[in-house]
Write a protein that binds this ligand. Structure first.
Ligand code: FEO
Length: 493
């Protein structure tokens, strides 16, 4: 059944649905899975050259990927993470070729997402009593996915450590919402290795294992795509976490993430780069994104790009028809941009679904400090520009009033609107001005980490906060019921 798409009947609620299930290719490992990282630490993951998409179809894979698991053989033998479910049998069989599984003293689960925990159930069938170290939130995610199996969980918090012999320790650092509530990193003293899990990774298969041996332009392009498309919504959390890690004064010789290449030559270069990316990153670039029905909106898109170049010859300008482009690559270009222009014709009082779907993703990624403008053709009702402007504002962009809204095909008078729109796009810094309006009602507050909204009318009864309690009156030790961050991570809506 490898690589096949089959139809299966599944029951949802009271009805039966026909669904297509794509089976992932299962490619066996070679003779040996182990690659040395440093001293008694080995990579024992899965080099996934066949992977085409990730997170369902939400993330395109262009250069393979890897699920990195690590084996530490000191006084104690420790397995850090496993690999994705489709590769579990090969993972276990090949691990058996490397060591007697019964020698594993400790399993560390840095994160419960199934690309790292997918082989855990099969592994625990072999070594059922082995202690699993993870965050309290990871217990929830692991039991949520695999059921309550009676595994020997040991929950840890930032600063907790375990002795693994030979004078070395593993120290845990919670990485809450980077990018799940359960995420954590594990630091190994002595060898000074930070097993950072998803943070600092790339979806990039690097057989040579180390970032300094990888093709550099591809490495950095994949690292940026990964940040822009997965981690950007958590930039504010990341900024705080980077400061916290800095405060721990850890000597870091190697950063070993759970995807892609391992950073060993100047490993902090990726940390410094993350600090830059997390701070409303933008380059001198404008990106034009559109779709078109009969080429009218396409003509405006190209006129905008020519005008950007005319007004700002040093500014990079790129144009993408979103229905013909990789949505994640376009999102990476948005990440690099100081401004974007988005276009769609009006279709049945709305916008094209290709643009609407992409805008949904744009909203999720929470880009900040960027400007945006809208354009599009119409025949009669002409709602597209207003809809685009609203969606761009909802996505956190500072939206220019100037726009190009062309009745039927764009003519000279429509193209004459382009220079003013581009001028507005190129001016200012894109930091939207939020005007507060007076209201008698206590304000709602939103968690900047997970998006949970505290509504004073409802309170948070599960945490002892009665309905009618204003946010300001909640005790300081209250935490977000979804992701567990404190009040300081909430913003007034
Ligand atoms: Fe690589 Fe969040 O899993």
């Amino acid at each position: 059944m490898e690589g096949a798409i089959i139809n299966i009947i599944t029951r949802t609620g009271v009805s039966f649905d026909l669904v297509k299930v794509k089976f992932h290719h299962v490619i066996p490992y070679g003779d040996r899975m182990r690659k040395n990282v440093k001293n008694n630490v080995s990579w024992i993951g899965y080099m996934d050259w066949e992977l085409e998409t990730f997170h369902g179809d939400e993330y395109s894979i262009s250069n393979g990927s890897s699920q990195n698991a690590y084996l530490i053989e000191e006084g104690k033998t420790v397995l850090v993470d496993t690999v994705w479910t489709p590769h579990r049998s090969e993972f276990i069989e090949n691990l058996k070729k490397e060591i007697d599984l019964k020698k594993i003293d400790i399993v560390i689960m840095n994160h419960g997402e199934c690309d790292h925990s997918g082989s855990l159930a099969a592994l625990m069938d072999e070594i059922p009593g082995t202690p699993i170290y993870c965050t309290a939130s990871a217990v929830k995610s692991l039991e949520g996915q695999y059921g309550k199996k009676g595994w020997d969980f040991h929950t840890v918090k930032t600063g907790d450590s375990i002795d693994i012999g030979n004078g070395k320790k593993l120290v845990f650092v919670e990485m809450r919402m980077l990018h799940w509530p359960d995420s954590m990193a594990t630091y190994m003293t002595g060898d000074n290795i930070l097993f950072s899990n998803d943070a600092f990774g790339q979806h990039f298969a690097v057989e040579e294992l180390f970032a300094d041996l990888a093709d550099q332009p591809t490495l950095w392009r994949e690292a940026m795509k990964y940040y822009a498309n997965i981690l950007n919504p958590f930039s504010s959390v990341l900024q705080k976490k980077l400061k916290e890690i800095e405060g721990l004064n850890l000597d870091i010789d190697i950063i070993a993430p759970s995807h892609g290449a391992i950073w060993r030559k100047d490993p902090l270069q990726i940390v410094r780069t993350y600090a830059k990316w997390a701070d409303s990153y933008k380059e001198d670039q404008v990106t034009v994104v559109y779709d078109t029905m009969w080429e009218g909106t396409a003509k405006i898109a190209h006129a905008i790009s020519e005008e950007v170049h005319r007004q700002a010859p040093n500014t990079v300008v790129k144009v993408y028809n979103i229905s013909k482009s990789d949505k994640n690559d376009v999102m990476t270009e948005v990440f690099k941009s100081k401004a974007i222009a988005v276009g769609s014709p009006t279709v049945v009082n709305s916008i094209l679904s290709s643009v609407a779907g992409w805008l949904e993703m744009l909203t999720q990624l929470k880009f900040r400090g960027k400007k945006a403008a809208a354009f599009g053709c119409y025949g009669w009702s002409g709602e597209s520009v207003k809809i685009l402007q609203q969606k761009l504002a909802d996505a956190g962009f500072e939206v220019c009033e100037e726009n190009v809204r062309s009745n039927w095909n764009p003519e000279d008078e429509d193209f004459a609107l382009v220079p003013a729109m581009v001028k507005s796009l190129l001016s200012g810094d894109g930091d939207a001005i939020v005007e507060e309006t007076a209201s008698d009602k206590p304000a709602k507050y939103q968690c900047e980490v997970c998006g949970y909204v505290y509504d004073p009318e409802k309170g948070d009864p599960d945490s002892g906060i009665a309905p009618g309690t204003p946010f300001e009156s909640i005790p300081d030790d209250w935490v977000c019921p979804i992701c567990g961050v404190g009040k300081s991570d909430f913003k007034k809506m």
